[in-house]
Design a protein around this ligand. Structure first.
Ligand code: PBG
Length: 351
């Protein structure tokens, strides 16, 4: 008779009396106890594998035209768009907090957007003016500029739209010219986020031909056709404009080998750093890229990820501070060298 069959015959007796427990825990584990090192704060700190520091943070900064303007982004509590003069103040604040770099994203006036995103080529566009002003005032902070056409197009796509198609090669030519303009303005790192084929090689060639060998390329190598970009599209004012989706150029969220091939291609063309975007739902991609290429690897904790944590915290459903820190630590554990995150100033203050 085993201890289970006894339950039926003596229903009133405790079915699993301690004396009946069988092997001791030490017999089961062979004397190994994982909880030994978890017993106190000091021992947990000693064995902690991943650490989040202020050096891991890149702050995305939204720009608007005008002066002395700070406009909250409704879908991203705590995030605002800044006119160039206030963006400079924010960059100063980030430098004081020890944040190594910022990444700028412009909300371009509707009147300046067209089918081809031609205002991206204007040396005096919002993004280039911000770069010049920030470089002049805060030379010690790194400036990463995004070169996709979506802030500049009347349809919200990252490329030039012709007969219902996002045309690859023409788009590459245009973002390459825009990238050179950004380097002239003083960008330290060019971050192409458009996912056109051949853009990294074209931009590297053009930068080198113009004497910008020192300007790095941070490739949004694995950018997925994701639903998590929603709040960002409100922030730069493309939400209502976008027709259709970006599935013909961003990666299918179902694919991981394809992400690996995309990263391999970008590295072959001259990318210095890789970004995985979005972040948290794609930690497996981070780990694969890091293990395969051993390159500087970053994740973009995108707007939707930020807003989910903020919204749940505002409702009292999660502890916002703890969720923020845990999410960022998870990127480090997955193999990230750094994270683009809207939490950057909040975290830096806490660290
Ligand atoms: C497009 C771009 C996107 C983001 C930054 N640049 C994606 C998109 O709108 O399709 C998203 C950033 C975020 O969600 O925080 N070049």
């Amino acid at each position: 008779m085993n201890k289970f069959s006894r339950t039926a015959s003596t229903a009133h007796a405790a079915p699993f009396a301690p004396a009946d427990a069988g092997r001791s825990v030490d017999e089961i584990t062979g004397g190994r106890r994982m909880r030994r090192m978890r017993k106190a704060d000091w021992s947990r700190r000693l064995v902690q594998e991943s650490h989040l520091t202020v050096d891991d943070l890149i702050w995305p900064l939204f720009l608007i035209e005008g002066e002395n303007r700070e406009e909250p982004v409704a879908a991203m509590p705590g995030v605002a768009r800044y006119s160039v003069d206030l963006a400079v103040k924010q960059a100063e604040r980030m430098a004081r907090l020890g944040i190594p770099a910022i990444a700028t994203f412009p909300n371009i006036d509707r009147a300046k957007r067209d089918e081809a995103g031609s205002h991206s080529l204007d040396a005096d566009n919002l993004i280039n003016r911000a770069t010049r002003a920030i470089k002049a005032a805060v030379p010690e902070i790194g400036i990463i500029t995004d070169v996709a056409l979506d802030p500049f197009t009347s349809h919200g796509h990252d490329g030039i739209l012709r007969d219902g198609e996002i045309v690859n090669d023409e788009t590459v030519a245009q973002i390459t010219a825009a990238a050179v303009g950004q380097a002239i303005a003083g960008a330290d790192i060019i971050a192409p986020s458009d996912m056109m084929d051949g853009r990294i090689g074209a931009i590297r060639d053009a930068l080198d031909r113009h004497g910008f060998q020192h300007v790095a390329i941070m490739s949004y190598a694995t950018k997925f056709a994701s639903a998590f970009y929603g709040p960002y599209r409100e922030a730069i004012g493309t939400g209502g404009l976008l027709k259709g989706d970006k599935k013909t150029y961003y990666i299918d969220p179902a694919n991981t080998d394809e992400a690996l091939r995309e990263a391999e291609q970008d590295l072959a063309e001259g990318a210095d750093m890789l970004i995985v975007k979005p972040g948290m739902p794609y930690l497996d991609i981070v780990r694969r890229l890091k293990d395969t290429f051993a390159m500087p690897t970053f994740a973009y904790q995108v707007s939707g990820e930020y807003s989910m944590i903020k919204a749940a915290a505002a409702n009292g459903w999660i502890d916002g501070d703890k969720a923020m820190l845990e999410s960022l630590l998870a990127f480090k554990r997955a193999g990230c060298d750094g994270i683009l995150t809207y939490f950057a100033p909040e975290v830096a203050e806490r660290l």
